[in-house]
Ligand binder design. Structure first.
Ligand code: OSB
Ligand code: MG
Length: 373
């Protein structure tokens, strides 16, 4: 792949159609960092950084990502040749600790650029072969159980293949029971605690265990593999790890300790596509199914997630809802739509979606361009 000529960062602001609440906080206006890597032949590779405005999901924020990309990641990209995105990943992994979402944004844009350069789709370049991916919905915390039940019913009618509801201590059993009561029996229902529980909540977790859930996602803290293993021994329901899995090594720890039986892969969380694919492969070798998580992405990040989710071991529906679930107007054309509970994997070059450049310009709050020295 030829050298990247310049890196353009943009911060856009895009309002969600409705606030999204998880155990650790609420998101209303999404501040999204877009990365554009310009090649020498007029092609660009695009990706978005999934870090939030506050460090409530992981330590990173959009502001730390802006710093990390401008200070370290982009300069490294611009001062050496990187024939393969995997080589860039291997180097950046050793050179800079943490900042995975910042690194991922650049690494994923490099994958898009590489796919365009080879005139192939990102999905194909990553090794994916599904023509479409199954769609699940992640429903934020609601004011009361009745409101949640109404959301679950609606999602069932819309054709989603799996429903997940957010919980936290004190806002769990009554809510999940209400969801369970209206969720069709053949539609998998799961919960996501976003690391808000501890062993003090074992009674509640045991009761959740009796509700026939497909999985309980990330009940304990991100560093808590040992306690997740103790909990998994107490429960019949599969534990799915999200925040805890940041690398292939964490997958091996999870397997060694039996901390859970399912993995949610978010390319932003693990540093990009290279590591996501490695996690996918290692999980497959251990017969651990994976699914693609979401971070309230725009159509750009969604395109990356959909391409990744076309790999064979993404055998459970992902948090890959259509554009209209999040935005009045997405920044890609056409917007992502769901058919029979699936999103189609684009076959065009790279991420395979067109960008609404005028709209992106309207939404841009700040921008910086860094050129090859
Ligand atoms: O834990 O999966 C999560 C959103 C923000 C932070 C964490 C999570 C989520 C979601 C959103 O569940 C899923 C989506 O993008 O639809
Ligand atoms: Mg989660």
């Amino acid at each position: 792949m030829p050298d990247v000529a310049c890196v353009v960062l943009r911060e856009i602001a895009l309002r969600l159609r409705e606030p999204f609440r998880i155990a650790s906080g609420v998101t209303d206006l999404r501040r999204v960092l877009l990365v554009e890597l310009r090649g020498h032949d007029g092609e660009s590779g695009w990706a978005e950084c999934v870090a939030g405005e506050s460090p409530n999901y992981s330590a990173e924020t959009i502001d730390t990502a802006w710093l990390a990309i401008t200070q370290w990641v982009a300069p490294l990209l611009l001062t050496q040749p990187w024939p393969l995105a995997t080589q860039f990943d291997a180097h950046v992994r050793v050179a800079f600790k943490g900042h995975r979402m910042a690194k991922a944004a650049v690494e994923m844009a490099l994958w898009d650029l590489a796919a365009r350069h080879h005139d192939t789709s990102l999905a194909r370049l990553l090794g994916g072969n599904r023509p479409r991916v199954e769609t699940g919905i992640s429903i934020g915390m609601q004011a009361n159980p009745d409101d949640l039940a109404a959301r679950v019913q609606l999602a069932g009618r819309e054709g989603y293949r799996r429903i997940k509801v957010k919980i936290r201590p004190g806002e769990d059993l009554a809510f999940v029971e209400a969801a369970r009561a209206v969720c069709p029996p053949d539609l998998p229902l799961s919960v996501d605690a976003n690391a808000s529980y501890s062993f003090d909540d074992l009674d509640t977790l045991r009761r959740l265990d009796r509700l026939g859930l497909r999985m309980i996602e990330q009940p304990f803290g991100e560093d808590d593999l040992v306690r997740h293993a103790r909990l998994q021994r107490e429960l019949e329901t599969d534990i799915c790890l999200d925040e805890s899995i940041t690398s292939v090594e964490r997958v091996e720890d999870m397997v060694a300790l039996a901390s859970g039986r399912i993995i949610n892969i978010k390319p932003g969380r693990v540093g990009g596509h290279t590591e996501s694919r490695a996690i996918h492969d290692r999980a497959a070798a251990h017969h651990i199914p994976v699914w693609c998580g979401g971070m309230l992405e725009t159509g750009i990040g969604r395109a990356h997630n959909v391409a990744l989710a076309s790999l064979h071991n993404f055998s459970l529906p992902g948090d890959l809802s259509p554009s209209a679930r999040y935005w009045d107007r997405d920044i890609v054309l056409p917007p992502w739509t769901m058919r029979e509970g699936c999103l189609e994997v684009p076959e065009g070059p790279g991420i395979g979606v067109a960008l609404d450049h005028d709209f992106i310009d309207d939404l841009t709050q700040r921008t910086i361009t860094m050129d090859r020295a």
